[in-house]
Ligand binder design. Structure first.
Ligand SMILES: *[C@@H]1O[C@H](CO)[C@@H](O)[C@H](O)[C@H]1NC(C)=O
Ligand SMILES: *[C@@H]1O[C@H](CO)[C@@H](O)[C@H](O)[C@H]1NC(C)=O
Ligand SMILES: *[C@@H]1O[C@H](CO)[C@@H](O)[C@H](O)[C@H]1NC(C)=O
Ligand SMILES: *[C@@H]1O[C@H](CO)[C@@H](O)[C@H](O)[C@H]1NC(C)=O
Ligand SMILES: *[C@@H]1O[C@H](CO)[C@@H](O)[C@H](O)[C@H]1NC(C)=O
Length: 216
């Protein structure tokens, strides 16, 4: 929620820099980011109510500065619960959860209309996919592990969009193919490794940053 102070600041900042201004940073002025933002520099925020995510190649060419849209891709189900990971929309062309909310270090998907889903983000180990559990039964407490890092480098080189950090790290995400089969998704893996549980093909991985597109 933008306070009465925030709107004039936003207008001023937009005019001054003509680049995507981090509304999250405006929130950060009213809420001290938690320890999940430690070590990530000055322009950090851990509240951004309506965002989408996009993957931007860090070594390969990009078609544009926004990146490839990411959605909550399916990752299996058990009785009463389903699991989701971040997939490119190109590989999983469904979008049940059109936006996400960064809330005090948690990252929660929203149903259409911006309604928080019955979903929790899980803690993430190196070599695995950031993941979510979706259930109306016994929802676990979400892990406080995500942070937004504004593009504040005056030397440029960034796109202007903030980056998503996980476990204090913006720089070790990859997009990896789940394998060589029909409808294989291309998924975000954190610290991808050749030693993995078989859920992705390490040879197919390429490094990306996850950009935060703030809608509110
Ligand atoms: C990143 O590179 C991959 C592999 O070349 C390509 O498929 C993808 O479209 C690129 N992403 C963007 C955002 O251009
Ligand atoms: C940017 O490029 C990616 C990868 O090719 C594509 O999926 C996406 O739709 C493009 N976004 C815009 C805003 O053109
Ligand atoms: C954020 O999380 C911390 C640690 O769990 C908690 O102490 C604090 O009350 C939370 N703040 C908000 C605004 O939810
Ligand atoms: C969350 O789950 C509860 C309990 O099953 C249900 O009453 C509620 O409608 C669900 N909320 C959403 C947004 O799906
Ligand atoms: C793994 O990815 C590489 C590079 O994209 C590809 O050449 C290879 O066929 C893939 N292997 C499997 C088992 O999917």
């Amino acid at each position: 929620m933008l306070g009465s102070l925030a709107l004039p600041l936003l207008a001023y900042a937009s005019a001054a820099f003509a680049s995507p201004v981090s509304r999250g940073l405006l929130h950060a002025r009213q809420h001290q980011p938690g320890p999940w933002c430690d070590g990530l520099g000055a322009g950090v925020f851990d509240i951004a109510p309506q965002i989408t995510l996009a993957a931007l190649n860090t070594t390969l060419p990009n078609a544009n500065n926004t990146g490839a849209p990411l959605v909550m891709g399916q990752a299996g189900a058990v009785d009463g619960a389903s699991f989701a990971i971040l997939s490119t929309f190109a590989s999983f062309p469904f979008n049940e959860f059109p936006t996400l909310s960064l809330l005090n270090g948690t990252l929660i998907p929203n149903l259409p209309g911006g309604i928080l889903a019955n979903a929790s983000d899980s803690s993430v180990a190196a070599g695995t996919a950031p993941s979510w559990i979706i259930t109306g039964l016994d929802l676990p407490t979400p892990a406080q592990i995500y942070c937004g890092v504004a593009d504040t480098d005056p030397a440029g080189g960034g796109t202007g969009f903030p980056l998503l950090a996980l476990n204090g790290d913006t720089d070790h995400f990859s997009l990896c193919s789940a394998g060589d089969f029909h409808a294989a998704q291309t998924n975000i893996i954190w610290r991808a490794s050749s030693v993995n549980d078989g859920s992705y093909n390490f040879t197919s991985c390429y490094p990306v940053h996850i950009q935060i597109i703030e809608l509110e």
